[in-house]
Design a protein around this ligand. Structure first.
Ligand code: 5GP
Length: 194
């Protein structure tokens, strides 16, 4: 997605060889016009999969998930990172190790919003080692729901998550794939290259 790549080049800040900050349009301030286009991009890719729910993780996945849900005409659910008072025992839960924070979180989704009748599209802002996606897939399995695939705004192709998921036969669609952040330079994956 050229618009997204352009935004990453213009506004992304390379913090290290493995982390890029995109707070100006995705992780803190949100660019709603770009989010709408992102939502349309995912909705287009998964249009024929019979998706009934979009599932993400709070908080940075919510904006793209909501826009995708809007375009597909289905609800977007975000897994919570902490059990709140309004959530009780009727939860699907999984443990997720955070790449950026280096801590494990219990994530949970109410059983009210996912069931065996659902076909789920998982979305997230970044794909690094795949832990967030695997936690969400675990929750989809607990619900007995079908998985349409995983949509990622920015995949870091030099980390293992994409390989891990695709090797399991899971369809992963990333709108931008970064091959390298070495020397403060953002290098995107060339389409068609493996
Ligand atoms: P994974 O679970 O695939 O290892 O990491 C994905 C999660 O970590 C995403 O939900 C995202 O919040 C965070 N993350 C991983 N890498 C980056 C990065 O380079 N930049 C930012 N802003 N977040 C990242």
């Amino acid at each position: 997605m050229d618009k997204l790549k352009q935004k990453i080049i213009e506004e992304g800040r390379v913090l290290s060889e493995s982390v890029i900050k995109v707070d100006s349009f995705l992780n803190h301030q949100i660019d709603p016009v770009l989010m709408k286009q992102i939502g349309e991009g995912f909705a287009d890719q998964f249009a024929n999969e019979g998706v009934t729910k979009v599932l993400t993780l709070e908080s940075s996945g919510i904006a793209p998930a909501q826009m995708t849900g809007l375009t597909l005409g289905v609800p977007a659910i975000f897994a919570r990172k902490r059990k709140s008072l309004t959530l009780n025992n009727d939860l699907y839960s999984a443990s997720v190790h955070s790449f950026t924070k280096n801590e494990s979180n219990e994530i949970s989704v109410s059983k009210d919003y996912l069931s065996g009748d659902d076909t789920v599209l998982i979305l997230d802002d970044f794909l690094a080692n795949g832990q967030a996606a695997l936690g969400l897939i675990n929750i989809v399995k607990q619900a007995g729901a079908s998985l349409a695939g995983v949509g990622i705004v920015i995949e870091k192709g030099f980390q293992d998550g994409g390989k891990l998921l695709r090797e399991q036969g899971i369809r992963v669609e990333s709108l931008a794939i970064i091959d390298s952040l070495a020397d403060q330079k953002i290098t995107f994956h060339k389409e068609g290259a493996s």
